[in-house]
Design a protein around this ligand. Sequence first.
Ligand SMILES: Cc1cc2nc3c(=O)[nH]c(=O)nc-3n(C[C@H](O)[C@H](O)[C@H](O)COP(=O)(O)OP(=O)(O)OC[C@H]3O[C@@H](n4cnc5c(N)ncnc54)[C@H](O)[C@@H]3O)c2cc1C
Length: 481
Amino acid sequence: MNLQDLPQDIGRSAADRRDERADERSDGLTGVSVEEPAQELCDVLVIGGGPAGATAAALLAQQGRSVVLLEKAHHPRFHIGESLLPANVELFDKLGVRDQVERIGLQKFGIEFVSPEHEHRAYVEFADAWNKSMPYSWQVRRSDLDEILFRNAAARGARTLEGCRVRDVDFDADGATVQADLTDAQGRKTQRTWRTQFVVDASGRDTVLARKFGIKDNNPEHNSSALFGHFTGAERLEGRREGNISICWFPHGWFWFIPLADGTTSVGAVCWPYYLKSRDKPLKEFFHDTIAMAPELARRLRHATLVDDTVHATGNFSYDARHCTGERYLLLGDAFAFIDPMFSSGVYLAMHSAFDGAEVVATHLDGSAVQAARARKRFEKTMRKGPREYSWFIYRVTNPTIREMFMYPANPLRVKEALMSLLAGDIYGKTPYALSLKAFKGIYYMISLANLRRTFNGWKRKRVAVRNLGLLNGETIQQVK
Ligand SMILES: Cc1cc2nc3c(=O)[nH]c(=O)nc-3n(C[C@H](O)[C@H](O)[C@H](O)COP(=O)(O)OP(=O)(O)OC[C@H]3O[C@@H](n4cnc5c(N)ncnc54)[C@H](O)[C@@H]3O)c2cc1C
C-alpha cells in the first residue's frame, strides 16, 4: 500500500483536521480502548513522548498532519535532566507553553562553580553572554515538564498513547509498519500496528532505531556514569542565585546541585567508571561517601534528607549514532546522541532537533525526492553541531586548566561572553561569538603549555579513566534503595 495515495485528508483545512483529531484522540492517561482496529494509518509515527518526541508531534500535528505519538510510560513519569538552558525559553514560547513552564520552574540566572582546590566560588550569569536577551531559564521537575509537552502535543492534534511500547519497525518502499504493545488502564495488553509514511525516533536512550540498524557507537573519548538522588532540607544559595545550578568538582568527577521550585534539590555525581567499579558497599552508603568528598556540597547537605531513601544510578551514557536520517525516518534528541550532562544541554538539543526535524518530515511529505534529500543532508549537519560544540569542553571538564579558567572567568577578547553564549545554548543563532570562543581555546592551550607537567598528568588520568569501563554498563536507570 502506498500511503501517499490515500485520500484521507484531502480537501479539509488543517484546522478542521486538527479539531477532528483532538475529538477522537485518547485522553492519554488511560490509553485507548481494546476494541480499536488492529491496524491504523497515520502520516507520521513518533516513538517516545519525551521533550523531542512531544515537540515534534506538536509541530507536525499543528500543520494538520495525522500524527501518532507513542510513549511506553505514563506521564507524569520520572526522568533525570532538570536544568534547562536560556535558549530553550524561545522554544517554549513557540510551542505556546512558556507560561506553564514558568509556573513549575525555579528561575535559573547562572552557574556556580565550586572547586576543592580553590578557596573562593565562581559565579557566572547568562546575562553576561554575548546576546543579552536570554538572561535566564528554569530548573524543573522533568515529570512536570515532560507532561506539559506531551499534553501540548495532544492539544495540538496529535493522537497520544501512553503505556504503549514500540516493539518493532519494518520499513518498505512505501512507508513503515510499526508494532507496539499497549497496556490499558486495567493492565490488559494488546498488540497494535500502524502503517505510516514516516517514523520519528525520539525514544531517548532506548535508541530504538539506532539499535535496530546497529549504528550506535559508544563514545571512545568520553564515558561517565552518574549517581543521583533528591534531597529535602538542602542549604541553597540566597536571593537571585537561589536557582543557580552548582557544579562542584571532586577527585573522581563532578556533582550537580539543582534546586527545584518545590524546595527539593537534585544532587548527582557524574564520575569516571573506575570510581563506580571501586564500590564495595550499598549504593546509598557509597553515594553519601562520595558526597563527603566534596566538602562544600557536604556542608550544604548536612541537614538534608534523601527523598524516599532512594539513589538512582545510570551508566556509560556517551554515544552517538552513525547517521540520523533515512528515507522514511529520522532520529531526534538522545535517540541520536548524548555526551554528558555537564552543560545541561540535553533537553535543549532534543527540542531543537525536533523543530528542525519537523521541517525535514514536512519536506518529505510535501516536497520532491530531491528536496527531501537536501533537507536530510542539512539535518545531518545540524544534528552534529550541538554535540560537537559542547564536546570540546566536556572532554576537558575535569582538566585542571579548564577548571582554573572557570574559577577565574575573565573577559579578554570577549571570551567570557562567548563561553556564556555557549552555556546559554545560543549555538544555532546568529550571535557572532565564534572567534572569541576560539580565543578561549587558544588561551587554554597556552596555559596548558605553560604548565606542561600538570597538563600531562591530567591527560594521563583521563586516558586511564576513559578506558576503564564500569560496572554500570546498562542503558536504563536503576533505582536502588
Ligand atoms: C545523569 C544525567 C543528567 C542529565 N541532566 C540534564 C540536565 O540537567 N539538563 C538537560 O537539559 N539534560 C540533562 N540530561 C539529558 C536529558 O535527560 C536528555 O538529553 C533529554 O531527556 C533528551 O530528551 P529526549 O526527548 O531525546 O529523550 P527522553 O527524554 O529520554 O524521552 C524519550 C521517551 O521515549 C520513551 N520511550 C523509549 N523507548 C520507547 C519505546 N520503545 N516505545 C515508546 N516509548 C519509548 C521513554 O519512556 C521516554 O519518555 C541528563 C542526562 C543524564 C544521563
